[in-house]
Design a protein around this ligand. Structure first.
Ligand SMILES: Nc1ncnc2c1ncn2[C@@H]1O[C@H](COP(=O)(O)OP(=O)(O)O)[C@@H](O)[C@H]1O
Ligand SMILES: [Mg+2]
Length: 372
């Protein structure tokens, strides 16, 4: 765990970081966001002691960083910056091995590590290890910057606007990559950005800073749902809209669906409906592919107790896929007065069901934060 306790930093009379306190559990991806000049970089650099704080304390796993050797501290914290900072006269392999060499790893261990790291980002060793930074694109260079930070397997990684200088497409793919890496490697990451999109996409937890203070620390959903003040609200404003627009049917559906196969007998189905107090069943084939629904009305009108239900199954029920925008399901339920909408996977299996109740619950939980 990382803990900042009442950390302060001034330059001259200007207070840059004011009484900063927060805790970050191990393995969390924390995004530090706020307007330019609010103290984000200063906050990061105090952790690896590139900047010394004036007062307060920072602990890593209960240990005060001021009691640690600064070199040793830095080798346990990976650091990635926007300007990439690869050494131009060193190859990819040499760049990645800077910290391992300082730690006196032998040649073979270094080489194996470079192999392993390049593999993580799909850059084959044979093709890239001996290239110089100038022979690669900005995106590739920044990948190497990230790998270099990971090289000595530090438990903590600091990233200061690492993708800020890249074009949007490269940034997009590096964001995906870093999230995948994090899911596998479970590092504690503090990632600085001033881009809300990036924050919402990457963060387990967002720390919103302004003028050296924390205005809010919460999950991305928490920040969107209940911004702490007008300033945060303004910053996230358009994203709340995007966020609700981006809700999908899979976010609203109930995954427990009462199903029966089409070779069931009418009587069995009636008792199933009774047991669950429902008036229709979702019918699937033996491979669990969606076939239609069986309603109690159809049974009343045409059913015979011992017969298989196959002929009673209807397919005029509205269906959507898991990736359909939630708004579409909403429109179907309200405008077409459907009782429910079935949610299918792309492969045609039943993924869930959206009823008016499940939809209201999901929306309520979004608006008020109640458990769905
Ligand atoms: N060495 C320094 N001397 C004086 N002022 C500084 C120094 N470093 C940073 N600052 C000031 O501290 C404030 C916060 O800087 P910084 O932490 O880099 O902000 P951010 O990373 O959020 O953009 C800025 O106003 C900046 O001008
Ligand atoms: Mg900065």
């Amino acid at each position: 765990m990382i803990e900042y306790r009442n950390v302060c930093k001034s330059y001259g009379k200007k207070q840059i970081v004011k009484d900063l306190s927060f805790q970050i559990p191990d393995g969390q991806f924390v995004v530090l966001i706020g307007p330019s000049g609010c103290g984000k970089t200063t906050t990061l650099k105090m952790l690896n002691r590139l900047i010394e704080m004036d007062s307060g304390e920072i602990f890593i796993n209960g240990k005060n960083i001021m009691s640690m050797n600064p070199e040793k501290l830095r080798s346990s914290i990976g650091y990635v910056i926007q300007q990439i900072g690869l050494f131009p006269n060193m190859t990819v392999e040499e760049n990645i091995c800077v910290v391992p060499k300082l730690l006196k790893w032998d040649k073979e261990k270094c080489r194996n590590r470079v192999h392993e790291l390049l593999e993580l980002v799909n850059m084959p060793y044979e093709e890239y290890a001996h290239k110089y930074p100038s022979e690669m694109s900005g995106g590739q260079q920044q990948r190497i910057g990230v790998l270099r930070a990971l090289a000595a397997e530090p438990p903590i990684i600091l990233m200061d606007e690492p993708f800020g200088a890249l074009d949007p497409i490269t940034r997009d793919s590096l964001q995906d990559e870093i999230k995948l890496l994090q899911n596998r490697l479970k590092k504690t990451v503090i990632f600085v950005t001033h881009d809300m999109d990036e924050a919402l996409r990457l963060a387990d937890c967002v720390i919103f800073m302004d003028e050296g203070e924390v205005l809010q620390m919460d999950t991305p959903e928490g920040i969107l749902r209940a911004p702490a003040n007008d300033q945060v609200r303004e910053f996230v404003g358009k994203h709340v809209h995007n966020f609700t627009q981006s809700m999908l049917c899979s976010d609203l559906m109930k995954t427990k669906v009462i199903k029966a196969t089409e070779d069931r007998k009418t009587l069995e189905c009636v008792s199933l409906m009774n047991r669950y107090e429902i008036d229709s069943l979702v019918i699937v084939d033996e491979k669990d592919n969606y076939r239609g629904v069986l309603t109690i009305d159809a049974i009343n009108q045409r059913g015979k107790a011992g017969n298989a239900i196959r002929e009673l199954v209807t397919t005029d029920v509205p269906t959507v896929t898991v990736e359909t925008p939630a708004k579409t399901a909403f429109d179907i339920l309200t405008e077409r007065h459907a009782e429910y909408v079935l949610v299918l996977t792309d492969a045609g299996k039943v993924a869930g069901i959206i009823t008016k109740t499940s939809m209201s619950r999901a929306l309520a939980s979004f608006v008020w934060g109640d458990p769905a």
